[in-house]
Design a protein around this ligand. Structure first.
Ligand code: ZN
Length: 60
């Protein structure tokens, strides 16, 4: 995902701000990392440049 996406992304549960933790990135995109909501104490993984913003209860 592109870093600019952070400006529009919000926690799917509380609509709060997300903190970005980058594990791997290239010139354009974040490849792997995490989006963290401190309000919900929840993390959403970014894998293969795609953020998984499903609430934890809906993940398979
Ligand atoms: Zn939240």
């Amino acid at each position: 995902m592109k870093k600019e996406l952070m400006e529009i992304l919000a926690c799917p549960v509380c609509k709060g701000e997300l903190e970005l933790k980058i594990e791997a990135e290239d010139a354009e995109e974040i490849i792997t990392g995490e989006l963290i909501c401190h309000k919900c104490n929840e993390t959403y993984p970014i894998e293969e440049a795609i953020p998984n913003l499903l609430p934890p209860s809906m993940r398979t």
